[in-house]
Design a protein around this ligand. Structure first.
Ligand SMILES: [Zn+2]
Ligand SMILES: [Zn+2]
Length: 206
């Protein structure tokens, strides 16, 4: 259905730059009650967020119908949004013998943008990356991250602190790195034995 496809696409756009999350549209076939239309997964969690849609579309002119978006995490409802459809926004699909709501654009009056904003916040709170989970502040002493960029996302968040999580895992995107220690200063480097960039330039200056 056009409305649901564009809703999932908009959520995809919103989450595009969130490196540890991925959203996949589910094959839902025909709409009915509580049909799963999308799944949001985090590389840091085994518990996806699921998006369901319940369509209560009533036949007949002048009638009002509801489409309810329900978002769950760990079997718990974390967000819900109801969209009312009026007669003019419903079209008949002769192939399936069903009535369908109109496009997302024509339904903006139902505060869909606000709902998407709230939903993004809820998703990021429920499925944080490790930097958000630990919320490490620079003045708290030891830096939990190695002084090298992640191979995948480029952030300087490759974890070296057991309290944060697995050593060598990027806290932003989840990429794994093989870390060893610099033979001169003991700082973290990637791959096999050798020196860190600082020590290489120091040695070259000697
Ligand atoms: Zn990364
Ligand atoms: Zn070094």
């Amino acid at each position: 259905m056009e409305f649901i496809d564009s809703f999932v696409e908009r959520l995809e756009d919103i989450l595009y730059f969130v490196r540890h999350l991925s959203i996949s549209a589910q094959d839902y076939g025909k709409l009915g009650e509580n049909v799963c239309v999308a799944k949001i997964e985090s590389v840091f969690s085994d518990e996806p967020i699921l998006i369901y849609v319940s369509a209560l579309i009533v036949d007949g002119s002048g009638s009002e119908s509801d489409l309810i978006i329900i978002v769950t995490h760990k079997q718990e409802k974390i967000a819900e949004h109801t969209i009312n459809f009026y007669n003019g926004e419903i079209t008949y699909n002769p192939d399936q013998g069903t009535y369908e709501p109109g496009s997302a654009e024509t339904l903006e009056t139902n505060h869909l943008s606000e709902f998407l904003e709230e939903l993004e916040e809820e998703i990021r709170q429920r499925l944080p990356n490790l930097t958000e989970k630990v919320n490490w502040q620079p003045d708290e002493g030891v830096d939990p991250y190695a002084n090298l960029p992640c191979n995948e996302c480029g952030e300087f968040t490759v974890n070296v602190d057991q309290r944060v999580g697995e050593i060598g895992r990027c806290a932003t995107c989840g990429e794994h790195h093989e870390l060893t220690n610099c033979m001169r200063c003991d700082g973290y480097i990637e791959g096999k034995d050798g020196f860190c960039d600082n020590c290489i330039s120091y040695i070259e200056r000697q």
